[in-house]
Design a protein around this ligand. Structure first.
Ligand code: ADP
Ligand code: TRP
Length: 336
């Protein structure tokens, strides 16, 4: 009880961090180093809310089994890398009906030309895609996600920065019409982490099929790493480590001493790409094996995962429903 009170005290003084993760595939090491790892690293410093953006995924994933699997797996992934449900409120967006209610209210104060400025919408339009209303209103739902729990910071990749700025604009508009209600959130971009490069030298991304999956089996890792694209230099040729796709990955996985040694051997023509890949493979396996095993353990415990999401949902709803009541009163829907 004492311990619980202490952690609640701590919760109240910290800034609020919130981020959503779309359940739409297996995470790769670019996702891990670029985003997931930071959620874990920051869980003590912020009152953190990490949720599974299943309603957002519905704009693309329209199959019951697939949606079920993606949601479940993403919860397992986050727990396996060390997100602690005692410290972080981990929940499913669709478990909080107030989010959809808030999105509707935001719909009514947001103009179409404003939403037409969204990069995601413009890209879809440029590609002549059939755009569902969910895609068009995507930033509105995201504003509801962010503003209802009162996020101060929203860690996202560069591609999502505009959406957080939209949430700020929508908060301002609401505050102007109905009086100060919402805090203005800030995007938190991990610029210094940079972009993790995939096995073909482009940005690592699910869309380019150049990924190393975070929970890959040893065989899959072997295939991905041995398939890294290099130039055709021989063992004895001097090589530029910074231009090498293998070396870029060594920087994430190889200990400092070994990295220094590898760099020397690269510039002096004392290592071939095959050996460099073998060293990398060993280090990647050493890193991934324990989290993969942890994942396998957690995955089997369906009851535990569902409990985590249910408890997280209750905590999130408690926080969110207070704000929702305030909104209903301010806009005149509540007669109390
Ligand atoms: P993908 O491009 O593989 O579809 P997502 O768009 O789902 O990845 O990205 C999820 C999170 O991972 C975002 O915060 C994004 O910025 C981060 N991320 C994705 N790819 C990389 C990468 N190659 N390097 C660093 N961060 C990345
Ligand atoms: N749109 C984000 C993505 O595609 C996911 C997301 C939904 C999100 N709601 C959010 C991220 C709120 C941060 C805050 O990755």
């Amino acid at each position: 009880m004492d311990k619980e009170n202490k952690s609640l005290d701590k919760l109240e003084t910290r800034k609020i961090l919130l981020s959503g993760v779309k359940p739409s595939g297996h995470p790769h090491i670019g996702n891990y180093f670029g985003a997931m790892k930071q959620f874990v690293a920051l869980q003590d410093d912020y009152e953190s809310y990490i949720f599974i953006a299943d309603l957002h995924a519905l704009t693309i994933v329209q199959n019951k089994e697939q949606m079920n699997n993606y949601i479940y797996n993403i919860a397992v992934d986050y727990l396996a890398i060390g997100l602690n449900p005692e410290k972080v409120v981990l929940y499913k967006q669709s478990d909080i009906p107030q989010v959809s209610e808030m999105a509707w209210i935001f719909n009514c104060i947001t103009t179409m030309p404003f939403l037409m400025r969204a990069h995601a919408f413009k890209d879809a339009e440029a590609k002549n895609k059939e755009i569902n209303v969910g895609v068009f209103g995507y930033p509105i739902l995201m504003a509801a996600d962010i503003l209802l729990p009162g996020a101060d910071v929203v860690p996202v990749g560069n591609d999502q920065k505009q959406h957080v700025e939209f949430a700020r604009d929508i908060a301002q508009k609401f505050n102007n019409i109905f009086g100060k209600t919402f805090k203005l959130p800030e995007p938190m971009i991990f610029e210094n982490i940079g972009t993790i490069i995939g096995t073909d030298g482009q940005k690592m991304s699910k869309s380019y099929q150049n990924t190393i999956e975070l929970f890959a089996t040893d065989e899959e890792l072997n295939k991905a790493i041995m398939g890294i694209v290099t130039d055709s230099k021989d063992v004895k040729d001097k090589k530029e480590p910074e231009k090498c796709n293998i070396f870029n990955l060594h920087k994430l996985f190889s200990p400092d001493e070994e990295l220094k040694d590898l760099r020397d051997r690269y510039v002096n023509g004392k290592i071939g790409y095959k050996e460099s890949k073998e060293v990398l493979l060993k280090n990647v396996v050493d890193f991934i094996k324990p989290i993969r095993e942890e994942r396998e353990k957690i995955q089997k415990n369906r009851e535990y995962i569902l409990d985590v999401l249910e408890n997280g949902g209750k905590k999130a709803e408690k926080k969110i429903s207070e704000k929702m009541e305030e909104v209903r009163t301010k806009i005149g829907l509540s007669l109390k």
